[in-house]
Design a protein around this ligand. Structure first.
Ligand code: SAM
Length: 259
């Protein structure tokens, strides 16, 4: 997968060089390019914002630098030196890349959406600042990209960068080979509509608290049953909304007998 991120604060994306995502980039599992929007301006002040039409507080991001940046990325001109596209060895994308526009007014980012986006070959993230990006950019970009405004949650951040850090991590860890043991992706919270069961490690007794005895029993059937029960209990306690929307078709035969 290739990811391009456009931001006026490229340094904000530096953590994407660390940990599993950083290693995935080193191993060639993920190509990630960060672009400074200001390099696509044409005035000496490198202006990216202006006052809003209709009045009101704050500034709005100007359309021209965004169009320059996105056109350049869509044409492949922004590929990193040394990448296949930069060296002309690629026939070019056959489908439109997905342009994700982080926005509190977008569809909610979920694990299901992370799985969906992890299937794409190319993702482009446009980090807004101020009051957001001139709306015409999204309309125009639909000619080059599949445009998806996406929200991290029902709150307002100062910019799209933090949302991109979260989304790239959630998507990137689903790419084949990024997480060492793919089994660990299977039983996670939200993978099947429930939260994960509680987890414990050594020592078995700590500050007057014991690890649940079943986990020390060696009985794998009983452990699986306990974990499944805990998934339902915890989901009901913490996220009853998830349980209300739980698809009964996901109930296993053991679930139907036990609960
Ligand atoms: N005026 C906008 C509104 O009310 O919808 C909020 C603008 S916010 C201060 C600046 C930028 O932060 C947005 O353009 C977006 O890129 C990003 N942002 C803020 N909250 C976000 C959220 N919950 N999810 C994703 N991106 C967010």
């Amino acid at each position: 997968m290739r990811i391009d991120v456009v931001s006026i604060f490229p340094e904000y994306l530096a953590p994407l060089g660390l940990s599993l995502i950083g290693k995935a980039r080193q191993d060639g599992l993920l190509e990630l390019n960060v672009h400074d929007l200001r390099t696509f301006t044409t005035d000496k002040h490198r202006t990216v914002d202006d006052t809003p039409y209709g009045g009101g507080a704050g500034m709005v991001m100007k359309p021209e630098p965004w169009a320059q940046a996105l056109e350049s990325i869509a044409s492949g001109a922004c590929a990193e030196a040394g990448s296949p596209e930069a060296e002309g060895s690629s026939a070019g994308p056959t489908t439109k890349p997905v342009l994700i526009v982080p926005s509190p007014a977008g569809e909610r980012f979920t694990q299901a959406l992370a799985y969906e986006l992890a299937e794409e070959d190319r993702l482009v993230f446009a980090c807004g600042r101020y009051e957001g990006i001139d709306e015409r950019v999204m309309e125009w970009a639909a000619g080059h990209f599949t445009v998806r405004p996406v929200s991290l949650g029902d709150y307002v951040l100062n910019g799209g960068e933090v949302a991109v850090l979260a989304m790239v991590e959630a998507i990137g860890r689903l790419l084949p080979g990024v997480v060492g043991n793919p089994e660990s992706l299977v039983e996670e919270s939200h993978s099947d509509g429930l939260l994960e069961y509680p987890v414990y490690t050594k020592p078995s007794a700590w500050r007057d608290r014991d690890v649940p005895a079943v986990l020390l029993s060696g009985n794998h059937g009983k452990i699986a049953q306990w974990r499944r029960h805990e998934q339902f209990r915890r989901t009901a306690e913490r996220r009853p909304d998830l349980l209300a929307g739980f698809d009964a078709g996901r109930l296993t035969r053991a679930d139907r007998t036990a609960f």
